[in-house]
Design a binder for this molecule. Structure first.
Ligand code: SF4
Ligand code: SF4
Length: 489
């Protein structure tokens, strides 16, 4: 039994003479059998003796001596004993009467540094995409008549930079992501903020990296040049070929945006070579042809990478993805995941970021206490300087954790961290996918259940299926091209 990622913890219950299977998720890849350990997130490759022991215990608990007797024709006793010890140590097997491992209630320290600040430089948008979480039927903040200004001012942006510098203490690099509304509607503030942040970061002996998300309609030559010169990472929100894009991503007068954005994106891709440019697709019931969308964006337009995310919405919306739609989406994700694997086996790039991101988490042995970094290492800032969980909650009083001027309300943040911890999500405590999922996105929960701390139970089947696929891919790479995985170290 060899561990590609050895993160198993020692077992305190191995003394019992009766042995049974404990908590893990088995998977196979390239003819080998692996265990994904929960909650440690360690991965172990099983040898013949390990497989045989697990197969016997899969039929029910055994006395240790009976187990050895049953397998002693196939393996030497020493080898069996050694393997039993190893399996016990990683908690794959153990005393059936021992309590299952508690979900740890390990809250992060109060001075946990802020790594990423998402600045909502405007809450205004020049498009009217029907499914938009910010303006559509499921919006949580009234950006039209609410209290926030439409645009972030220079002063608030500078205060935000100072807030990030203060809150990212100890980190050599911090990240600013510009967001909207349509981010480029406030291009003057972007320019001033980048210049200010660069100067202030240098004074503090720190580096700040920048990225932004845009719908591409307002890109023009001088903006593209500025993005390239300043090495700003760019993500373009786009939903696919003309027919798809024009059906979903439209101007306020209903006109489609494809013909407007295509030449601008092509120019961006040609000129901006300092950072890879990615596309971000929102999948709805109205654009479920994942393969066509992916191929159009990578092969025909030329995006380096494409990430696809199902729309966040309630079931009754006509663009909400149906259960059959989710199955179809998974089938297509699996095809792309196989293509990603084949490319990785040849040491080649493949732009499907969904698989890359999950493989990276698996490789790093990530075992999450929280669905994402929101409210902790990542915070959103609304146009008026209110600090919220993330960009999707910017301006929502219920999800505000302070202001950039006055800092984080530690009491409120502390309560958020307790309420949203995996320990509080009892539905997730027996789920093998919890190291990767940990209940999922808070915004999705808020839209679905009216409560950001609720586990996203409507996506469990999808999450488990996807995690299993990625584990298989990880196992195949570990078997056939382990060097490729080093890029995720
Ligand atoms: S809460 Fe959801 S939208 Fe916000 S950062 Fe987390 S995963 Fe992203
Ligand atoms: S939300 Fe579902 S898939 Fe995610 S950890 Fe909880 S039970 Fe598992």
């Amino acid at each position: 039994m060899t561990p590609p990622v050895a993160t198993g913890a020692p077992d305190a219950t191995g003394a019992s003479s009766v042995l049974a299977l404990r908590e893990f998720h088995p998977f196979e890849a390239h003819g080998a059998r692996f265990l994904y350990m929960v909650p440690s997130a360690g991965i172990f490759r099983m040898d013949d003796a390990g497989c045989a022991i697990l197969d016997v215990l899969a039929r029910g608990p055994r006395e240790r001596d009976d187990l050895i007797d049953e397998l002693s024709d196939l393996f030497g006793v020493d080898r069996l004993l050694e393997t039993i010890d190893e399996l016990t140590e990683i908690r794959a097997i153990g005393d059936p009467a021992a309590p299952t491992q508690q979900v740890p209630n390990d809250l992060p320290p109060e001075d946990f540094p802020l790594n990423t600040m998402v600045l909502n430089v405007t809450n205004k948008c020049n498009l009217a995409c029907t499914y938009c979480y910010e303006y559509g039927e499921d919006k949580i903040v009234d950006t039209q008549y609410g209290k926030q200004p439409k645009f972030m001012s220079d002063e608030t942006a500078e205060e935000s930079v100072e807030f990030l510098l203060a809150e990212s203490k100890g980190l050599p690099v911090a990240h600013v992501t510009f967001f909207g509304g349509e981010t480029l509607l406030n291009f003057p503030v972007l320019q001033k903020t980048v210049a200010y942040a660069r100067r202030r970061a240098a004074e503090e002996g720190k580096r700040i990296e920048f990225s932004l998300t845009t719908n591409a309609t307002l890109l023009r030559p001088e903006i593209i040049e500025w993005l390239a010169e300043n090495q700003i990472g760019v993500t373009i929100s786009i939903d696919g070929p003309k027919q798809v894009q024009d059906g979903l991503r439209v101007f306020h007068n209903g006109k489609g945006t494809y013909d407007v954005v295509l030449p601008k994106i092509k120019e961006l891709l040609a000129v901006h070579r300092t950072r890879p440019i990615g596309a971000r697709v929102t999948l709805t019931q109205k654009n479920m042809d994942v393969l066509t969308i992916f191929r159009h964006l990578t092969e025909e337009i030329g995006f380096w990478e494409v990430g696809l995310a199902p729309v966040t919405t309630q079931d009754q919306r006509d663009y909400a993805i149906t259960p059959e739609g989710k199955d179809d989406m998974m089938r297509q994700f699996e095809i792309l995941a196989q293509e990603w694997l084949e490319a990785a086996l040849r040491d080649e790039h493949h732009g499907f970021t969904n698989v890359k991101d999950t493989i990276e988490e698996i490789h790093k042995g990530v075992s999450k206490a929280y669905g994402c970094g929101a409210g902790l290492g990542l915070l959103g800032v609304a146009t008026d300087g209110d600090v919220s969980l993330c960009h999707r909650f910017a301006g929502s009083p219920e999800h505000t954790l302070g202001t950039v001027a006055d800092g984080i309300d530690r009491e409120k943040q502390g309560k958020f961290l307790v309420d949203h911890h995996i320990a509080a999500k009892t539905d997730c405590h027996t789920c093998w996918a919890r190291p990767i999922c940990s209940g999922g996105c808070y915004h999705e929960s808020h839209v679905r259940y009216g409560d950001s701390s609720h586990a996203n139970l409507h996506y469990c089947t999808w999450v488990r299926s996807w995690t299993h696929t990625c584990l298989e891919i990880y196992g195949a790479l570990a078997e056939k091209n382990p060097k490729f995985l080093e890029r995720f170290d």
